[in-house]
Design a protein around this ligand. Sequence first.
Ligand code: C2E
Ligand code: CA
Ligand code: CA
Length: 897
Amino acid sequence: MLGKTRDVVNVSAWRARLQIIIPSVLVCIVVVLSAFYADLQQQRLSLHESRHEVQQRLGLIRTKIEANINANTKLLQGLVAVIGTEPQIDKERFEALSESIFQFHSQIRTVVAAPNLVSAYAYPPERNSPFTDRPILQVWDRDALLRDMVEKGKVVITGPTHLNNGTQGLVISIPVRIWNDSGQMQFWGALLGILDLPRLYDDSGLLANELPIEVVITTDNTTTGEPAVIYGDINIRKLDPVRMNIDLANRKWTISAIPRGGWDAANDWSDLNRIAIFAVAALISGIVVWVGLLMNERQRNFQALHEREEDLRAMSHRLGVALESSRIGVWELDVATGAMHWDERIYQLYGLPADMPVSMEQWRSMVPDEDAREIERTMREAIDRKGSYTGQFRVRRPGDGKVLHMRTVGTSYCGGDGTLKMLGVNWDVTEDVILQDNLRAAHKQTEEQNAALESARKRMEHNALHDALTGLPNRRYLDQRLATLDVLDRPGQQLTVLHMDLDRFKEINDTMGHGAGDAILRNVASALRANVRDEDFVARIGGDEFVIVCFGYPGQDDFGSLGQRLIAAVNTPVLYNDHECRVGASIGIAAKTEAQLAAEQVLVNADIALYEAKRRGRNRVEFFNDHLRARTINIKQTADAILRSLGDNDFVAFYQPQFDARTLEINGVEALARWNHPQQGLLPPSAFLEIAESLNVVAQIDASILDQSLLQLTRWRAADLGIEHVSVNISAQRLFEDRLVSHLESLSLKPGSLSFELLESISFDDKADAVAESLARIRAHGIAIEIDDFGTGYASILSLIKLSPSRLKIDRQLVAPIVDNPAQRRLISSIIDIGRSFGVGIVAEGVETMEHAAILRDLGCHTLQGFALARPMSAHALMDFARKHAAERETLWQRTA
Ligand code: C2E
Ligand code: CA
Ligand code: CA
């Protein structure tokens, strides 16, 4: 907006400048034109003057020429008058008379007498010869001239003619009449006077030395009609000369003249004058331009002044608007008299009528004492050092009693009259103060919240790292601890980890309820804490697993006794609901024997040792040692090899035939997995099954065995070997695998051709529903279920019968003793009875002798499987075996008998 005003101002400034520049330029033009005009006028005047002068001079010359010719003519006429009286005039008389003429000053050079118009003699006599006996007036208009002379008696003037002295002459011919004797006038002839022209010119002033004009004399009387030059330069006639006529009787001359050197030379209007004129013109123009510039300068100054004034006005307007909009009030205090002046806005701020007189007292009455004292103090200081101050105070407005917070800035200055004054502003900062108070409150609240959050975070962190039941650190905390231990290696202080697992805890939990389990766990936790040092770290890392991390025990023996102590402590019975509860514990111990061994690995080693302790019969302490390490390494290598073999299809199915107990016909086979180890050759399941289980790959092996078995089954059928049934072992993993069912759906099985053998030790109790559901689906696909290793687990026969198996396979541990032990025979017999009553077939495993076979047949067992009849064999071997067996079958019983 300001820029726009500036533009407008600039435009008007330019207009003002033009108003000065244009007249200046015009005046300059007029002055220059006037100078030109004056110059022109002056030239004209000067020309006129020189013409006049030339005219005067020329007039004088002309008059002199005319006068001289007249005078000469008169002189000659005097002689003519004398001759007229003397008709018999002779040469001598003529000479005598002529002589008298020459006594006068004239231009006559020669006088010639021409009786009858023929020259007869001349005077002076020495010039006689050219004039003797020659007709006079030898010119082109001779007849006219003679007529004028003879008939009219006129004087005739001719010439110029060349004279024999080389000059030119003018001939004046005067007719002469004489009185004859009879008294009559008679024409005698003529008298010629020859004038010396140069002399005539000279006498007429033409040849004067410093004649200021140039003259030309011409005559028109010529044969051609063209003017002919008599005297001077013909070119003068072209230069606009002053012209005059000289009348010579019958002739007319024109005399023309210009100033010597031409008109321009005569023009005394010199360049100097011209320069002077133009100098004056230039001077005037210069003055005008100078004045113009001065005016312009003045205009500019005026403009600048105007702009400054505009700026000032805009600034003061802005200040006004700013003060108005920011509601800043201005006050002034005369320090000496205490007189105060407030502007309108201050009155508004304090809520007072604008016409009320104000003073420091008035102000003080509205401000709390402590605020007023502080403000007055800082103000006095500012006055003392002639500086400024800032401050803030409260005001209780008299009108509405409202308390405002006012901010003030004041500065001292010397007024125009030399008095010291304080000028300042006030503005209302109540809202800011309230805002700040609120902010402070909010800040405080935030801090409190932060503190609450922090303690919550700490609580959560503690919870995240601790077991809620026992208050011990949990697995996470243990991992963190072990990680930091790796970093902070303590030299000389060996790290040792004890891993404890409770024995029989699950049973207590199952039989006495979770409350009892919890009580035992809490008891174990306090027992552990009570038996280790404060600096030892005790954590509960799983349901019934605890870990103790220790530093700096001197030797392995100490840990052995510590382990025993801990087991003893855990063994002490706990009373729960008046029942005594008691658990055992196994402990694995591992130490950080090498510096580069990670703490995490020490824990793993302790776990291995724990496993070993459990394996060796529980309630004992086992140390991690080189043997365990080697086994661990072996397990690791085996695991790697298993994983590789899975990809290479190195797990193959072997088949062990099963026989009808009475006829010994092959009524089926059991598929058994073998590992075709790349280096070690064929290995039995005991070499890989456990590790495969820990690797979670048994289901894959099962699937492969199933596929191979089904493929073989079709081949046996094709070969008509009478093998119509195959049993495959199925792991718990495989049983609960989703893929199993979808795989079974893809098979089109002949009912009764496939059975799944389920280990009795699969915990049917805790997953009874899931197992039942899975088995129902399997059965739905026409697959029979057999209970394997029956008699080794804890499951009751009745709970097993609920699974509707088609057969029970009696474990070989039960079968082996039957030859010598009648009680064992009775056990088998009752199992067979129960099976029969529920319609479940009985298979006997581990039939190692034909004696066993015979006993089992007699007890009513349906099917026999064992080394006595056939060992597990490859699919290929089975073909041969089956063929051979068909032939030899009859003789087998005889062999036994
Ligand atoms: P199992 O299911 O009880 O299989 C019978 C085991 O007894 C076989 O051992 C067999 O060779 C052995 N056997 C048969 N007759 C006699 C005998 O007269 N005397 C003696 N002492 N042993 C006899 P194998 O093949 O070493 O299998 C061991 C166990 O591995 C199997 O016991 C079974 O539980 C498991 N197994 C074998 N193949 C598979 C499989 O493909 N999948 C699953 N999940 N487990 C399998
Ligand atoms: Ca089996
Ligand atoms: Ca078995």
